[in-house]
Write a protein of this length. Structure first.
Length: 87
């Protein structure tokens, strides 16, 4: 596969100095930028996955065939009445 380049960007000289000071020994600016871009992509993929799982859980919760609280209470009250009548 043929390699490609990430477009260069213009930054203030002070910022470039900060970046160069942050480089590890024997680390190039290009490798630093590539690592930063890869990390950001991983972060965004993880966030997108988290959002997708959250949306799916919300859809599942809305679609779940739950029993309304009023129905549960009515059934419990009917059982209580039946139990009292048996005594």
């Amino acid at each position: 596969m043929k390699t490609a380049t990430i477009p260069s960007i213009c930054v203030e000289p002070a910022f470039l100095n900060e970046v160069e000071r942050a480089l590890d020994p024997n680390e190039s600016l290009a490798s630093f930028v590539e690592t930063a871009v890869r990390h950001e992509i991983q972060q965004r993929q993880a966030q997108a996955g988290w959002l997708q799982r959250g949306a799916a859980a919300t859809r599942h919760h809305r679609a779940a065939a739950g029993i309304p609280a009023e129905t549960v209470i009515a059934r419990l009250e009917a059982k209580l009445v039946a139990a009292r009548q048996r005594k």
